[in-house]
Design a protein around this ligand. Structure first.
Ligand code: NAD
Ligand code: WQD
Length: 338
């Protein structure tokens, strides 16, 4: 079976490509490298001892996509390609709508023309908005996203649901990720963000390697046990393995299904700091700062639907998430380099 992985050179895509190769799938990675490097793909091949086909192309380029489908027999698509920065999406909403939404529509049209109607899509817990109470369940209302990035995920979910409603030959899996952290335990692939990271764990890693002086914790007056924000951090390898189950589902039956991919456990910013300190064996410099606009108290999943229907659950605990992230970062202080 051959799987097209859009955005497969990126953080989650590279870990998923690795698990697909390990599971015996043929993997074709399509990425425009706007937020990644081919080094990740080389390292996936090095770790697995297997080859992935890499195509540098943009999901908005219909002709390139048509060529990919004409030249390869593709059984299903896992669609990671997209822009993902919340603050950047406020500055450049049109870029986000064009890249994420138009890109997905172009991809689906190329898939439809080629008769490949099986897709697993990277959605996000952000579609639950700020009003639902955790644990978040797939049947809770969506629609009140709080930033343009989140709105792209909400609209794409709707586009894919409508596509299935119009043509029941489609098989769609919408995966709502919570907060992915961690790295492959080889320490050879991991998250490599450009510039100053927005997300907690990549920011902490810059402090660990001495590139930033200290962590600023955004607020200690949230309505949580220790006052800092609580999130459902999930090891990226567990997340990747969730995609293997999802791809089996779309290959096996038609339908349109939504699954949370989270652990169901909420950890605070101070819990994450403590986990990293345990992994590095020293205290992490930090200070408390004001809240960041838009941050909510608590967000964690009810992951029971994925367990019941996909037979998947996260297995890696917080210590493992922190150890693996630290191993990657200390072994690669400059990420994948230039
Ligand atoms: P990433 O930026 O590391 O990976 C995305 C990849 O897509 C990159 O390699 C980038 O070069 C590529 N890409 C972007 N636009 C493209 C285009 N038009 N054509 C071809 N390739 C393109 O991000 P990630 O963290 O691996 O996230 C993967 C997916 O999961 C994204 O859709 C993201 O929105 C979603 N997601 C991520 C998180 C998270 O916290 N990391 C949480 C929820 C959902
Ligand atoms: C986690 C916690 C911060 C940085 C975002 C997106 C979401 C999804 C995942 C893609 C919060 C605190 C952070 C720092 C801090 N992405 N923090 N100091 O905001 O839960 O989710 O990424 O879909 O859509 O919104 O993740 O890692 O930014 O923050 O104190 O320097 O860490 O306040 O409590 P978030 P995050």
């Amino acid at each position: 079976m051959s799987i097209l992985v859009t955005g497969g050179a990126g953080y989650i895509g590279s870990h998923t490509a690795l698990e697909l190769l390990n599971a015996g799938y043929d993997v074709i990675i399509l990425d425009n490298l706007c937020n990644s490097k081919t080094e990740s793909v080389k390292r996936v091949e090095e770790i697995t001892g297997k080859k992935a086909k890499f195509i540098e192309a943009d999901i908005r380029d219909r002709e390139a996509l048509d060529r990919v489908f004409a030249q390869n027999s593709i059984d299903a698509v896992i669609h990671f390609a997209g822009l993902k920065s919340v603050p950047e999406s406020w500055q450049k909403p049109l870029d986000y709508y064009e890249n994420n939404i138009s890109g997905t529509v172009t991809l689906c049209k190329a898939m439809q023309a080629a008769g490949c109607k099986k897709i697993v899509f990277s959605s996000s817990a952000t579609v639950y908005g700020a009003e639902n109470e955790s644990p978040l369940r797939e049947d809770m209302p969506t629609g009140k996203t709080t930033n343009p990035y989140g709105t792209t995920k909400l609209y794409i979910e709707k586009i894919l649901q409508d596509t299935y409603e119009a043509d029941k030959e489609w098989s769609v899996c919408l995966l709502r990720y919570f907060n992915p952290i961690g790295a492959h335990e080889s320490g050879r692939i991991g998250e490599d963000p450009r510039g100053i990271p927005n997300n907690l764990m990549p920011y902490i890693m810059r402090v660990v390697v001495g590139k930033l002086p200290e962590l600023t914790i955004y607020g200690n007056d949230f309505n949580t046990p220790d006052g800092t924000g609580v999130r459902d951090y999930i090891h990226v390898v567990d997340l990747a393995l969730g995609h293997i189950k999802a791809v089996e589902k779309v290959l096996g039956e038609t339908g349109c299904n939504i699954y949370n991919l989270g652990t169901g456990i909420g950890y605070s910013v101070l819990d994450i700091k403590a986990g990293v300190e345990k992994a590095i064996g020293r205290p992490l410099p930090f200070k408390f700062g004001p809240r960041r606009a838009g941050d909510i108290d608590t967000c964690f999943s009810d992951p029971s639907k994925a367990k019941a229907e996909l037979g998947w659950e996260a297995k890696r605990d917080l210590d493992k998430m922190c150890e693996d992230t630290v191993r990657w970062q200390l072994g690669n202080p400059d990420g994948y380099g230039d």
